[in-house]
Design a protein around this ligand. Structure first.
Ligand code: HEC
Ligand code: HEC
Ligand code: HEC
Ligand code: HEC
Ligand code: HEC
Ligand code: HEC
Ligand code: HEC
Length: 352
């Protein structure tokens, strides 16, 4: 999380997009770029204008290595209705920078640091730096689980400030929130009506687009039981994919080993009906399907921690993990297989 925003003048290697091959989408040069945004899924480019920035009209799809247009369309993000059509009239201060910096000041448009610095999760740190003690810093580990998860959800969610518009401006981030607060005092998660497919949600309420981890997770059993984002992720850094504390199934088996109460009560192979080492034996493959679009065909994982039955695909169009992986098979085939698994209840595989 520490390298999302970079200044290409200081870090020329930060630019991932191909500026050498002419492309009609790319109407700007590397010299025009004040900041690059993103390294993993997509990279967008900031241009400075007065004491604000705006996003240049082409973005780099990091995984497919192609340029794609960048212009947020009507009926997508809620804020589009409150902003002019022209890209240069959509400043990044109210729309982006609050989540990609520390202490973004809505009056001066200044930041103390770009990216996700310590104070975004630990609160103001000056007093603590001067005289380090437990009492003058927020440690999310000592907050209740609602407040601890709110530290992450302030950025990892789709929503809007309850106070919008704030001095005439519509913000897309939780203005005024500080770690230790209840986020819900200032921030409303994007609403959804069950059954509707929207820009942000699938009909069952799971994530249709990226940056919905908070929206989904708060509705899960694990959240209700007090499991935190930080139980699985080490936001200070980790050598495992996705900043996980343990790789792959080892992460889940910390609490879901056969003898543990949280289930499923048997070995992963017996539960998944796939052999050890098969991609079909990965907990995340079935319980965290890649259903949330981040750019074009690149999707991120669901954090609803349910199971989307193939019958839900037939009825609501939500992709199910079985035929997303077994691409040549039908939902009927997958349902037949599930019905042949003695430990899976056929009642629960029918659409709700
Ligand atoms: C993205 C959020 C986030 C950022 C940024 C962050 N921390 Fe943390 N930090 C946490 C969480 C969450 C915990 C509690 C972990 C837990 O629940 O076990 C924590 C715990 C700690 C602890 C307690 C001891 C420990 O390791 O568990 C220290 C010390 C600490 N952080 C220092 C820092 C410093 C210094 C920075 C900046 C360089 C920083 N943190 C940046 C989220 C963050
Ligand atoms: C200030 C905003 C902010 C806060 C607070 C924050 N994040 Fe993030 N997080 C980001 C951004 C931006 C990225 C994208 C990083 C990138 O592209 O390299 C990210 C990425 C991640 C990733 C994916 C990393 C990867 O390589 O796939 C995880 C996991 C994550 N955050 C977990 C957490 C957890 C857990 C917390 C709370 C302890 C937290 N974040 C708090 C902004 C935030
Ligand atoms: C509410 C907080 C929030 C706001 C507002 C926000 N972002 Fe992000 N952004 C994040 C988080 C968290 C991530 C990483 C997790 C994810 O995408 O699921 C991220 C990821 C990204 C990435 C991808 C990073 C990578 O490595 O691929 C880019 C690019 C980006 N944001 C640009 C923007 C732009 C442009 C805007 C404004 C139009 C914006 N963000 C507004 C929180 C935010
Ligand atoms: C820190 C402990 C912990 C870890 C780590 C953990 N879980 Fe859980 N999980 C729980 C608890 C507690 C429950 C709730 C059990 C209950 O309500 O009886 C749960 C419930 C679930 C459920 C049932 C959800 C529902 O709505 O019925 C699924 C699926 C699940 N976990 C998947 C996973 C996966 C996949 C991983 C690894 C990525 C994982 N868990 C890691 C503790 C954990
Ligand atoms: C091949 C797909 C698949 C894989 C892989 C998979 N599961 Fe499941 N899991 C299911 C299905 C199907 C259900 C039943 C869902 C229902 O009844 O709604 C289920 C139910 C669960 C439940 C809720 C029921 C219970 O017993 O409490 C938990 C918890 C769970 N799985 C955890 C895991 C963990 C942990 C892993 C990895 C070790 C894993 N699953 C791997 C398909 C899978
Ligand atoms: C039970 C464990 C667990 C919990 C709790 C959990 N995550 Fe994750 N998260 C994962 C796993 C597993 C991945 C997939 C890593 C990979 O790609 O291999 C992941 C991926 C991510 C990513 C990267 C995007 C992607 O899908 O590749 C982000 C960002 C993220 N989590 C944020 C969060 C936030 C924020 C919370 C709390 C609101 C949270 N996670 C709670 C297990 C968890
Ligand atoms: C991430 C990929 C992946 C997912 C998700 C997955 N599988 Fe599989 N599946 C495989 C692979 C690979 C094999 C080949 C044998 C092995 O590795 O165990 C397989 C084998 C099978 C087989 C036996 C061989 C055959 O083709 O007849 C059945 C039946 C099956 N899967 C059903 C399912 C069902 C039902 C689901 C959803 C609950 C599911 N799979 C989810 C990858 C996956």
């Amino acid at each position: 999380m520490a390298r999302v925003v970079q200044d290409p003048k200081a870090h020329p290697e930060a630019i991932l997009g191909d500026f050498k091959t002419p492309n009609p989408l790319v109407t700007f040069r590397p010299e025009d770029v004040a900041f690059t945004y993103g390294t993993k899924w997509k990279q967008r480019y900031w241009k400075k204008q007065g004491n604000d920035y705006y996003v240049l009209p082409a973005q780099w799809d990091v995984q497919n290595k192609v340029w794609r247009p960048y212009h947020v369309q009507p009926n997508t993000d809620w804020w589009v209705a409150h902003y002019p059509e022209a890209q240069e009239e959509r400043p990044t201060g109210p729309l982006c920078d609050g989540c990609h910096s520390v202490n973004y000041d809505v009056k001066t448009h200044s930041v103390t640091e770009w990216n996700v610095g310590c104070e975004r999760c630990h609160g103001a740190g000056a007093a603590h730096a001067a005289r380090p003690s437990r009492g003058n810093i927020v440690n999310p580990a000592r907050l209740d689980h609602v407040r601890a998860n709110d530290v992450c959800i302030q950025c990892h969610s789709q929503g809007r400030p309850k106070a919008n518009p704030i001095e005439g401006q519509y913000y897309d981030w939780a203005v005024g929130y500080q770690p230790g607060d209840r986020l819900n005092a200032t921030w409303a998660l994007e609403e959804h009506t069950l059954g509707a497919t929207t820009f942000t949600h699938w009909p069952d309420g799971s994530a249709h687009k990226n940056r919905m981890q908070g929206n989904e997770y708060v509705a899960s059993r694990m959240y209700a039981k007090g499991v935190r984002c930080a139980a699985c992720h080490d936001s200070h850094g980790s050598s495992h994919e996705g900043l996980l504390r343990f790789p792959g199934n080892e992460m889940c088996l910390q609490c879901h080993a056969p003898r543990q109460q949280a289930g499923p009560g048997v070995t992963p192979e017996a539960h998944s009906h796939h052999s050890a080492g098969s991609p079909g034996n990965q907990c995340a493959a079935c319980h965290m399907p890649r259903n949330a679009s981040t750019i074009a065909t690149v999707n991120v994982r669901s954090h609803a921690f349910g199971f989307v039955s193939p019958a839900m695909t037939d009825k609501y169009g939500i992709p199910n993990p079985c035929t997303s992986c077994h691409k040549d098979k039908s939902t009927r085939w997958a349902l037949d297989a599930l019905e042949s698994w003695a430990d899976v209840s056929p009642w629960r595989m029918t659409p709700r």
